[in-house]
Design a protein. Structure first.
Length: 185
C-alpha cells in the first residue's frame, strides 16, 4: 500500500509532488517485489489528525489482514502529530520510509524507533515553528498598516505593493451590501 501527501491545494496545483511521490513509491514497490493493493492520497496538513485519505488508509488496514506493508516517501509526508504515529503503531504494520532508508515495525531495533521518533519530533517542530513565524509576519505587516493576509471578498491582493485594493467587479457587490444594511433594507 502507498500513501502520499502534500499540505495544500496550492502545492498540489503548482508542483508535481504527489506525482513524484507516487512514482518513487511505485518504483520502490517494484524493486522490492511488493504487490500494490491500494493507494491513498491527501492534500491537507498533517499537523492534526483526521485527514480523509489517512483515515481511509487506517480503516483499510484494520479490515485487511493481508496488507501489512505501507510505503511512504518520508516521515513528514505520513504524519506530523503523535496521534497518527500511535494509530499506525497499534496496527502492527511495517512502514517503509523510502527516502529515509528506514523500515519501522514492532520488531525494529531500538535505534530505528528512536530515529523515527526524532523524525516525528522534527516534523512537528517544523510545523509549529512555521505557525509562529507566520503569526509574527502577519503582526508586523499589520503594525506597518498593511493588510496581513488574503484579501476579503470585494478586494484583491496587489503583489506589487503587497497591499489590498478594491476588486474591479466584486467591490460593487460589497458596497451594495453595506448600503442595504445602512438603510435597513
Amino acid at each position: 500500500m502507498i500513501y502520499a501527501r502534500v499540505s495544500s491545494r496550492e502545492q498540489d496545483e503548482e508542483g508535481y509532488s504527489i506525482d513524484a511521490q507516487l512514482k518513487l513509491l511505485r518504483k520502490y514497490a517494484t524493486s522490492e517485489e511488493f504487490r500494490l493493493v491500494q493507494e491513498f492520497v491527501d492534500i491537507e496538513t498533517a499537523k492534526i489528525s483526521g485527514r480523509k485519505g489517512f483515515s481511509g488508509m487506517v480503516q483499510f488496514l484494520k479490515r485487511s489482514r493481508d496488507c501489512r506493508t505501507l510505503l511512504v516517501e518520508k516521515t513528514d509526508r505520513l504524519y506530523r502529530n503523535f496521534h497518527d504515529y500511535v494509530t499506525l503503531e497499534e496496527l502492527d504494520i511495517e512502514i517503509h520510509f523510502v527516502k529515509e532508508h528506514q523500515v519501522l515495525s514492532k520488531d525494529s531495533r531500538s535505534r530505528v524507533k528512536f530515529v523515527q521518533g526524532m523524525n516525528l519530533l522534527m516534523a512537528r517542530h517544523y510545523v509549529e515553528n512555521l505557525r509562529e513565524e507566520v503569526i509574527k509576519g502577519m503582526l508586523e505587516k499589520a503594525e506597518q498598516g498593511i493588510y496581513p493576509g488574503r484579501a476579503p471578498f470585494g478586494y484583491l491582493n496587489n503583489r506589487g505593493t503587497r497591499n489590498i485594493e478594491a476588486h474591479p467587479e466584486n467591490a460593487a457587490i460589497v458596497r451594495f451590501a453595506f448600503e442595504c444594511y445602512a438603510t435597513g433594507q
